[in-house]
Ligand binder design. Structure first.
Ligand SMILES: Cc1ncc(COP(=O)(O)O)c(C=O)c1O
Length: 386
């Protein structure tokens, strides 16, 4: 089955004599077992609310169908999915390698939390590829990738990272949120674990937080399950339901985000205010060749570096926008634009580009209205400059 079909058909258990099209919300803390034997046997992981119920299983099955692998487990947020996946494989004295382009709270978890428990984090150049092997010591348990990085869009060579990690017994974990699971298949490229902030494209409507972790093999899946269990992670059935509802239309939304994203990137590339566009789908972007080899498309999240401009002009730009909202998330149906600071989030490499960096999320609005909105912003910016 192709992704479009999987997203429609997966996670829909059939009950006799009839059943709802989409699994409904089943809100449970306590399950009751009718007989002593049932109590001893338990259901397949459905024994207590914190371990999830039918609504959660339906979503997990759908994500597993999309990503491949053997099993998916949910977490209450994308960040906790990242954290639980990291915690599953490390102990005091171990080392993890993390891409320098990683989502900042992922870095903070490593620097401020893992460090307290004696786990060392070493950041690597997102362009390293097989070169990451030089940093893999005998105590290195994890290579963590996020491709493309959600601030600067550095595309990583996942097959090369997998090869280097596996040669020294480490696992490759990939945050695949950017691709929505539709445009990149890290497990097929050699990764051991795929993580999503389902908060973004999976749920797709900017109204719930959720994370997922999909494992390549049973042993990895067991470690992930134990990690989430011991942390006490819990996902509400309502959020699992909303996310599964969103996933039914994921494939068509991703196509629409891609279309608007590419159109905006090309439009922005021609603007005099723009120095460089950070979009993996553009031919002149540094990561384009690897993106073309490994990805089936581009989502709606990308960046631009503006030519240097003062704060008042930048303020005027943002305040003139009517459709692009200023918000910290992305992956919903709406367009967003924020000012970001990649220079503050790097240690292994240096961000040397001068000029403000904007991160845009192309929503599902009409492209002409979106370009008109940015045009309005640039006009306001120019008026302040002038
Ligand atoms: C790439 C990436 N990973 C993980 C997360 C964390 O997701 P959540 O906000 O659901 O914790 C985010 C959130 O912005 C993200 O951009």
């Amino acid at each position: 089955m192709k992704d479009k079909t999987k997203l429609v058909a997966a996670g829909r258990p059939r009950r006799k004599p009839f059943h709802p099209v989409n699994p409904p919300v089943e809100r449970v803390s306590t399950y009751l077992f009718p007989t002593y034997d049932d109590y001893i046997e338990g259901g397949r992981n459905i024994v207590y609310g914190r371990l999830g119920g039918p609504t959660h299983r339906a979503l997990e099955e759908t994500i597993t169908a999309l990503e491949g692998g053997v099993e998916t487990r949910l977490a209450p947020s994308g960040l906790q999915a990242v954290n639980a996946a990291l915690l599953a494989f490390v102990k005091a004295g171990d080392r993890v390698l993390v891409t320098d382009s990683a989502y900042d709270p992922t870095r903070k978890f490593c620097d401020r939390f893992l460090a307290r428990f004696g786990v060392e984090t070493v950041y690597y150049d997102p362009a390293a590829g097989t070169g990451v092997a030089d940093l893999i010591t005998t105590n290195t348990k994890i290579v963590f990738a996020e491709s493309p990085g959600s601030l600067t869009f550095d595309v990583q060579d996942i097959p090369a990272l997998a090869k280097a990690a596996h040669a020294k017994g480490a696992k490759l974990l990939v945050d695949n949120t950017w691709s929505g699971g539709v445009f990149l298949k890290p497990l097929a490229l050699g990764a051991d674990v795929v993580i999503h902030a389902g908060t973004k494209y999976f749920s797709g409507h900017s109204d719930c937080l959720i994370g997922s972790i999909t494992s390549r093999d049973e042993e990895t899946a067991k470690a992930i399950f134990q990690s989430l269990l011991q942390i006490g992670a819990n996902v509400s059935a309502d959020d699992a339901y909303l996310t599964l509802r969103g996933m039914r239309t994921l494939a068509v939304r991703m196509e629409a985000h891609q279309q608007n994203g590419v159109a905006l990137a090309k439009w922005l590339a021609k603007r005099p205010e723009v120095k460089r566009v950070l979009h993996p789908g553009l031919k002149n972007f540094a990561g384009h060749t690897i993106w073309k080899r490994d990805f089936a498309g581009a989502s709606g999240l990308f960046g631009v570096i503006l030519n240097p401009v003062g704060k008042p002009a930048l303020k005027a730009f943002f305040n003139a926008l009517k459709l692009f909202g200023m918000g910290f998330s992305w992956g919903g149906f709406e367009s967003l634009c924020i000012h970001v600071h990649p220079e503050n989030n790097r240690t292994a490499t240096k961000w040397t580009d001068e000029g403000p960096v904007l991160r845009l999320h192309a929503g599902l609005e009409d492209i002409d209205d979106l370009t008109a909105d940015l045009d309005r912003g640039f006009a306001a910016m120019g008026a302040v400059r002038g």
